[in-house]
Structure formats: C-alpha cells, structure tokens
Design a protein around this ligand. Structure first.
Ligand code: ME8
Length: 483
C-alpha cells in the first residue's frame, strides 16, 4: 500500500492557536484526508514545540514553571484541532521522554560523524523567532524577519558543520524540494552567500534537552524541534520509521522554510538519512490589512470562528480566499459573503432544490450521464500533487456551478417521467460525486450530503457516474443565509 507522511510545524506553546497556525494545520488535514480517500496509508503528524528560552521566559512572566505552562498549553492545541476536525494520527510533544532520547541519539550520530565542534558564538539572537541573526542581517539593529529587538550574545557553544552540506543542499533544492518555486529561488539566492556553521547549544538556556557531551549546555530549540519528524516515527528502530520515512510533505509557513529546507536536510545527511521529499511553504495571513498581533488586538481565534460559522465554513474560507502561496487578508465580512454567496447559494440551495424534487419522485432514477466529467478528476489529482489546494477547491466549486446551470437550463420542475428521471439522475450523481471531492475540505458537510443521499461512506474510486438507486431525504439546509 502506498504510504503518505505529512507533518505540520510543531507550534510554540507560549501562545494559543490562531488563524495562522490553524491555516497550516487545516492544509495538512486536507492533504491527509485526500490521500486517505485515495486508499493510501497516511501518517499525519502535528504537535507542540515546548523547549527553549522563549517558553522559559513566557512561563516566568506568567509565574508558572515551564512544565506547567507547556502541559496546559499543549492541551489547548489539541482542543482547537478537535473543534476544527483535524484528523491527525499523532500529536508529538518535545518534552516527551522518547523524543528527548531520540534527540540525544541523533546528536551522538552527528558527533561520531565529526560534524560537531566546540567554539564561541558571538552575535545576536531573536528570542521571539528563536533564531540567530548575524550583524550583517540586522535591519536598524533589529531582527530582519520580525523587526523585534535582538539580544547580543557571546558565549561558548557547540557548532554543527552546516557549511559542509551547502552544495548537497543546493542540489536537493534545485531538484524540487521546495514548493512553490518562488520560495525555492529565494532560498537558493540566500545560499549563494556564505553558509555559516550553526550554533546548536545554549549555555544560558536551561529549559531544554541536555547536550549529551556537555551537560552544562542545552540543545538549541530548533535542532531539538526539527527532530520531532523522526522521533514521532520512533526513530531509529521503529516500524513507523521504516515505513514512513522520508516525509512526503513538511508543511510550513514561509517564515520557517529555511529551517526545513536547509538546516533540516543537512542534519539528516550528516546522520546518513534521506532528506524529506518536499517542503511546502504557504503564504501569510494578515487581519483587516494588518499583521496579527496581541498589542493591536486583532488576533483571530479559530475556535470563535468555528463556533460562530461552523468549522467547515471556516476551513472553506481559508482555502478559498487566497492562493495557497500568496499572502492574504482575513476579515469576517469576507467570510460571511463567501458563506452567503458560495456555500449557501451555490451549494446548499442546489442540494435543497434537487432533493426537494427527488424526494417526491417515485419512479426509477436513471439517465444518460450527460454531466459526466463535470469535475475533471485527473486535473483535481494534479492540483493536489502540485500542492495547489486553492485551484483544487475552485475546480470542485466550478463543478457545483455546472450542476446549477444544468438544473436551471433543464427546469426539472416542469418535467415529468423519463425526462425528469434523466435530469434527477445526472444532478444526483453529480452531487454524490461532489460530496466525495468535498471531503478533504469540508468533511462534515460532505458527510451530511451523503446522509441526505442515503449513500454509504465513499472514496475516490466511487467518484464516477454509476447507478443511482437510493431514496433521498432533503432534510435541513446545509447552510443558511447570514445577515
Ligand atoms: O515556528 N499566517 O512555531 P510557531 C499564516 N516552533 N501562517 C502562520 C501565521 C500567519 N500569520 N502565523 C503563524 C514555530 N503561522 C516553530 C516550528 S517546526 C520543527 C518548529 C504558521 O508556533 C506557519 O505555519 O511560531 C508558521 O510556520 C507556523 O505557524 C509557526 O508556528
């Protein structure tokens, strides 16, 4: 059976989930569900990143121990993923002893390969981003990524020979590691400059995994975090590791593409392991035209959105509103108009109209398959293969609009007997197939459509025009107009 391993970043637990983290996780869920529908054996991993100076500081500020903070906050992530219908197979926490042991084993391997040495780090550090910043990179003395204050650091540290892997990494990226191309090009042009070795331990941070060769140091939080993708598979000896490595897709926001496509493959090569097949970097959400921030008070709470509008409508909006790679703006009014315009008018009304007539029709439902190919299955698969969920979802909704047009043109309310049977057959089969293609994006809506059609759980091989023999039940509207 074909295997498919997809991961989200593991999120920092100093904060609760917001639309950005929800977006990444929803995209990963859509891929996982699509590959399950194809009959593949899927392993979908998410989790929380629980070590490092940022968590340590956040716990101190809240008068908690780091462990109290991470225990509380990782639960919040799990609760939100449940609300958003996220079908992960494993939730990893970096404070899990099995993960900590895997990190130490990995470091020993890299050490034995001669890729770790002791030196002194002198430079700057951005605590919110947990990343090192060189003097050249500073913009007005601040972090080039987030514009926040950096700390000056001078301390003894152990280094990973990242520079040794530069040529190999360039080759891997040129061979298509990163999707989309624009992010690959950005990273390749950064790699034209000097690639410095990476500081992988901190003496001044105590909330971290102990560095096995010198316990006065803790492991740099990114070196620790990236290894979750292996430890979750019980590396080195686990069955899951043998089955699922290398990962098919590491899904990330573009902010952390560098860590996943440069540092991570270098770490893997150093340990004699295969790099991931693909790193997909998606674009950024702003809210009402501004960067989300607690001080502006515009952080969108995904739970609030799911409770107010339903998880499926929220999922739909995030995928529909902007191309996956681009940046886009979130606003509740845009969400409402998509619900009224597309989910209500195009989808919900269509189903209500067709099922009202079909419920009353007592004859045999059969016809000529004239709507066959209303959604091009191969094209849809191609969009998924290219990680273009935006186009995939649009293709499905173009299909829904085709069914609407068909019904409007045929005017089944004026038809009888054979002619009516034919139109109902085509519309019902097309709706049944639509439900299959909606499953990755809007799982509960798809399930409701199947219930209305009275068909059993369906997968991709069912997405062809067949016989339609079941008795349908119109029931309640899928979506109602919002004011
Ligand atoms: O970086 N728009 O965790 P993190 C879209 N622990 N996506 C956004 C977003 C926005 N405005 N804001 C955040 C970390 N994201 C590390 C990862 S992995 C080994 C370690 C999403 O909690 C996006 O996917 O800061 C980004 O990459 C991720 O949240 C960062 O989450």
């Amino acid at each position: 059976m074909e295997k498919f391993y997809i991961t989200t970043p593991i999120y920092y637990v100093n904060d609760k989930p917001h639309i950005g983290t929800a977006y990444t996780t929803i995209i990963a869920d859509i891929f996982a569900r699509w590959h399950r529908l194809l009959g593949e054996d899927v392993f979908f991993l998410t989790g929380t990143d629980e070590h490092g100076g940022k968590i340590e500081k956040s716990a101190r500020d809240k008068n908690k121990t780091p462990l109290e903070l991470v225990n509380e906050n990782s639960q919040k992530y799990k609760a939100v993923w449940e609300k958003l219908n996220i079908s992960y197979d494993k939730f990893i926490r970096t404070t899990d002893p099995l993960h900590e042991a895997a990190v130490q084993k990995f470091i020993k391997k890299v050490w034995d390969g001669g890729d770790i040495y002791k030196g002194e780090y002198e430079g700057f550090y951005c605590l919110p981003d947990e990343r090192y910043v060189t003097e050249n990179e500073l913009v007005d003395g601040k972090c080039p990524d987030c514009g926040r204050e950096v700390q000056k650091i001078k301390e003894e540290a152990y280094f990973f020979r990242l520079s040794r892997y530069k040529d190999a990494i360039i080759k891997i990226i040129e061979n298509g590691l990163i999707i989309p191309k624009k992010n690959a090009n950005e990273i390749l042009s950064r790699l034209k400059g000097e690639l410095k070795d990476l500081d992988i331990t901190r003496k001044s941070v105590s909330w971290g995994i102990k560095f096995p060769f010198d316990e006065s140091h803790s492991v740099y939080v990114w070196f620790d975090a990236l290894l979750n993708y292996l430890s979750a598979l019980d590396w080195p000896d686990g069955k899951l590791f043998n089955e699922f490595w290398p990962a098919d897709i590491h899904l990330v926001g573009k902010d952390i593409a560098w860590f996943h496509s440069v540092i991570w493959p270098a770490m893997l090569l150093s340990a004699g392991l295969e790099p991931p097949k693909r790193v997909m970097a998606h674009g950024w959400w702003t809210v009402d035209g501004k960067k989300m921030s607690k001080s502006i008070g515009n952080v969108v709470d995904p739970v609030e959105m799911a409770e107010k509008y339903g998880a499926d409508a929220f999922r739909y909006f995030l995928i529909r509103e902007k191309p996956t790679w681009d940046d886009g703006d979130f606003s509740e009014s845009a969400l409402k108009s998509r619900i009224n315009g597309e989910l209500m008018s195009d989808l919900s009304n269509l189903i209500a109209r067709v099922l009202t007539i079909a419920e009353k029709f007592s004859g045999k439902i059969e016809g000529n398959k004239e709507l066959e190919g209303f959604i091009d299955k191969n094209k849809l698969a191609e969009f998924f293969d290219n990680c273009d969920l935006y186009s995939a979802l649009n293709l499905v909704f173009d299909g829904i609009r085709r069914i609407n047009k068909y019904v409007n043109d045929k005017e089944p309310w004026k038809l009888k007997d054979g002619e009516l049977s034919n139109v109902l057959y085509n519309a019902l089969e097309a709706i049944r197939i639509t439900a299959i293609f909606l499953k990755p994006f809007m799982p509960s809506t798809a399930e409701k459509i199947e219930e209305k059609l009275n068909v059993k759980y369906q997968t991709i091989p069912d997405a062809d025009f067949k016989e339609f023999t079941s008795r349908v039940h119109r029931g309640e509207n899928l979506f109602n107009r919002l004011v």
